[in-house]
Design a protein around this ligand. Structure first.
Ligand code: 4NP
Length: 153
């Protein structure tokens, strides 16, 4: 199972999603891979936002080694599950999908734990008090990913 977490800048939400998912994968001893990227390229090569790193460290997770990458259409072939943090990320990714199979891999991440809710992960880049809420939402969604896909892997 190869999972890709996608947001806009790949310095706030999706790097946290990657770190949280990787921790749960290790806890469950699953042979899965997780990466992240952003639909925009402004921050390529940068580490996660310091406030995001701090929010993760408060929960015992270190994501300082991660570096921002930009989304590319070939990721729709490479990954099995592509998780968009918000509806604009979702629409940007879907524009690159060429087949029904590729489209079926893409989901708003909160729809995995709260089906049909179409909830977006709020962007803490513009509102730094949101990091803890973002962590809790992502942790819930990542638990749901494991519940849903570990059984069929
Ligand atoms: P992210 O947050 O998509 O959660 O990484 C953002 C990071 C950077 C920008 C926007 C959102 N930006 O405009 O540079």
């Amino acid at each position: 199972m190869k999972i890709l977490m996608v947001c806009l800048g790949n310095i706030c939400r999706s790097p946290m999603a990657e770190g949280i998912m990787r921790h749960k994968i290790e806890q469950q001893k699953l042979d899965w891979r997780v990466d992240s990227c952003g639909t925009g390229g402004w921050h390529v090569g940068e580490p996660p936002h310091p406030d995001g790193q701090r929010a993760m460290r408060r929960r015992g997770l270190d994501i300082s080694h991660q570096r921002a990458r930009q989304f590319h259409g070939h990721f729709l072939e490479e990954y099995d599950l592509i998780c968009a943090m918000d509806s604009s990320n979702y629409n940007d990714i879907m524009r690159h999908a060429k087949t029904d199979e590729e489209r079926s891999k893409v989901s708003m991440i909160m729809n995995i734990s709260r089906p049909g809710s179409n909830e977006s992960i709020p962007d803490p880049y513009y509102n730094d008090h949101l990091y803890d809420q973002v962590f809790d939402m992502l942790s819930e969604a990542c638990d749901a990913i494991i519940e849903q896909y570990a059984l069929t892997d």
